[in-house]
Design a protein around this ligand. Structure first.
Ligand SMILES: [Zn+2]
Length: 394
């Protein structure tokens, strides 16, 4: 693979304070060398190494930021729920039950249909600057359907998450404990080979704290690290369960007690905030300022799914986090890159410092601030993953 030397970078965000200014490690007038898919050098253009044989890419004064890490999506599904969205926007409150609509469509879909839909979503995400995407199952809710959803997701990303415990499926109505037993036994056996993570929706209308803890323990015995949907619809035990299970991330975090915030600040647990979901469900936004001031590591992700957040746009999440959640543009970018990497326990992505993967976005803007300052505008000039340009969408 030919090395690539980026020159003429107006502003480089490295997310490595040792390389540049502030928490984002920004360097004005920078160059960046990618070799064998990894960052080989980053610094002021005047000090750039002679890279014989390298392909030269002139950024023309544009800003370059690390590729976005979308650490929370539900991208394997069939169908869409625009009518439900329209109904909700005319005043009907959102409940977890709408998931059953997507479960029925997903069960009916062929592998080819599911793979094609997932491929479109992954391409859409990449075009908006996402270079790492996590993908959950959770719309199969039968052993064979959860297994095939994860098998298909695995073709797109290594960050696959078994979410059999998304909601109790209709055929188990009133028998939630029987369903939990299935999730922890035959379903887990079938899914574990295709998954890195296990997740549980610990909220009202879904699974309680004891059930969630049992599911995370079962996953742990099969080598799957935990993540938890916590505090989306109301206060609950999700954050505590996540901390006790040694999970990597508690996601949503809209409704948090003081004890939850203390746990997030002290446990090695990332708070992953999903503002596009709150936007699309007209729900209150989580208080990111409170979390940051308490010392919590915050990630931003899309929650891409057809019911409550049908977007793949990390720039939208950044803009919402700044406008609605009290984050600065720098904090929001850090959360959408390094924060997501931490939520996936990855130290090879989310930064542009020597040794990390050459995942980056060239913005059609002079500064990363434009991501929040110019909301809704397509600012992605090009996307590079492991030093190779991601093709533009047809
Ligand atoms: Zn989710």
């Amino acid at each position: 693979m030919t090395p690539v030397l980026f020159t003429g970078i107006g502003q480089l965000v490295t997310n490595d304070p040792a390389l540049g200014a502030g928490p984002l490690g920004t360097i004005d007038g920078a160059a960046l060398l990618i070799d064998a898919g990894r960052v080989a050098w980053a610094g002021p253009a005047a000090a750039a190494p002679a890279a014989a044989g390298a392909t030269i890419v002139d950024a023309g004064g544009r800003a370059v930021v690390p590729g976005f890490v979308d650490s929370h999506t539900h991208a394997v599904f069939a169908g869409e729920r625009s009518a439900e969205f329209a109904a909700r926007m005319s005043g009907r409150p959102y409940t977890a039950g709408g998931i059953a609509t997507t479960v029925a469509a997903t069960r009916r879909a062929s592998d080819g249909e599911l793979a094609a839909n997932l491929g479109r979503i992954a391409a859409e995400a990449a075009a908006s600057g996402t270079t790492t995407i996590e993908c959950k199952s959770g719309y199969g809710l039968r052993v064979e359907d959860e297994e095939r959803c994860l098998r298909l997701a695995r073709r797109v990303t290594a960050e696959t998450t078994f979410l059999g415990a998304h909601v109790v499926p209709p055929e188990y109505a009133g028998r939630a404990d029987d369903y939990v037993r299935l999730v922890c036994t035959a379903m887990l056996d079938a899914c574990a080979p295709h998954a890195r993570w296990i997740d549980v929706f610990c909220d009202r209308g879904a699974f309680d704290g004891d059930q969630a803890a049992e599911i995370l323990r079962a996953g742990g015995r099969r080598g799957l690290a935990g993540r938890v949907h916590a505090g989306q619809l109301g206060p609950g035990p999700g954050v505590r369960v996540a901390a006790e299970a040694g999970a990597a991330s508690a996601d949503h975090c809209t409704h948090l007690s003081g004890a939850d915030v203390d746990l997030l600040a002290t446990a090695p647990l990332v708070a992953t905030l999903l503002p596009a979901c709150d936007f699309s469900t007209r729900a209150p936004y989580p208080d990111a300022r409170r979390l940051l001031d308490a010392g919590v590591t915050v990630a931003l992700a899309t929650d891409c799914n057809p019911g409550s957040s049908f977007t793949t746009s990390m720039p939208l999440c950044i803009a919402l986090a700044v406008r609605e959640m009290g984050m600065t543009p720098g904090e929001a970018l850090l959360a959408a890159t390094a924060g997501g990497a931490k939520a996936l326990r990855r130290d090879d992505i989310g930064r542009l410092s020597p040794g990390t993967r050459g995942d980056l976005v060239v913005l059609d803007a002079p500064s990363y601030i434009f991501l929040a300052y110019r909301p809704g505008v397509a600012l992605v000039e090009s996307v590079w993953r492991a030093g190779e340009r991601v093709p533009n969408r047809a």
